[in-house]
Write a protein that binds this ligand. Structure first.
Ligand SMILES: *[C@@H]1O[C@H](CO)[C@@H](O)[C@H](O)[C@H]1NC(C)=O
Ligand SMILES: *[C@@H]1O[C@H](CO)[C@@H](O)[C@H](O)[C@H]1NC(C)=O
Length: 211
């Protein structure tokens, strides 16, 4: 009984420190070129399972990026490091349980996909050599993944709208696969076009853009 109480006391004493330590480092300030954020900060909190965003998408592609540095130019490698960090930083509120964080796995996924295009473009996607685009789209991410869900397609196409030459690579990938009906693609593109028109109008008016 005494041993049990001591054990219990230890758990209560040590546990808050463990949580605080995790919260203050890895989860609130993700490290570059590190993928543990997805397993240690998001999956532990959201428990979305093997098909959820943290493991099936975030961790999977983070490690795949890490495995693929040899396929990229030095500019491509820098892009990859900055993109991985940008994607993780965007989910720090979720990783730390901050107010306003996505409440469900599905909300987490929607938010995460919503950050992809901006992270890709802000990290310098548009200025990478074509050889890097090919490697990123066809070898690392895989063209099937880009059109695997409408969310992923929208994120990628949205990056495409911000750099036209990259869009051509994507469109080739989509036409090659034809996993979506033409109707679905047209609807998505229409949504994206209206978003980007609205966005440029908003920017002209001086407000923040939505993409
Ligand atoms: C990355 O490489 C490691 C070690 O070779 C391997 O276990 C892992 O499956 C690879 N990850 C991906 C997503 O390909
Ligand atoms: C983690 O940090 C966030 C904000 O950075 C805070 O709101 C939350 O309460 C913290 N969680 C724990 C368990 O300390």
């Amino acid at each position: 009984m005494l041993r049990f109480n001591v054990g219990l006391a230890l758990v209560f004493l040590v546990f808050p420190f463990l949580i605080a330590a995790q919260n203050s480092t890895e989860c609130s300030n993700p490290a570059p070129n590190d993928c543990d954020f997805y397993t240690e900060c998001l999956e532990t909190r959201y428990d979305c399972g093997p098909d959820g965003y943290p493991l099936a998408y975030g961790y999977h592609f983070c490690t795949k990026f890490q495995n693929s540095t040899a396929d990229l130019s030095s500019a491509g490698q820098l892009w990859m490091t900055n993109t991985m960090l940008c994607l993780q930083r965007a989910l720090v509120p979720e990783a730390t349980g901050a107010p306003g964080a996505a409440a469900t796995c599905s909300a987490l996924e929607t938010k995460a996909f919503g950050t992809h295009a901006d992270c890709y473009v802000q990290s310098g996607l548009c200025t990478l050599p074509i050889s890097d685009w090919d490697a990123i789209v066809f070898e690392i991410i895989g063209p099937g993944t880009l059109v695997d869900s409408l969310d992923a397609l929208e994120a990628t196409a949205s990056a495409g709208f911000q750099c036209v030459e990259f869009a051509e690579v994507i469109v080739h990938g989509i036409l090659h696969l034809r996993r979506f009906s033409l109707g679905e693609v047209i609807v998505e593109v229409a949504i994206l076009v209206s978003h980007s028109i609205l966005d440029s109008v908003m920017k002209r008016v001086g407000s923040n853009g939505i993409w």
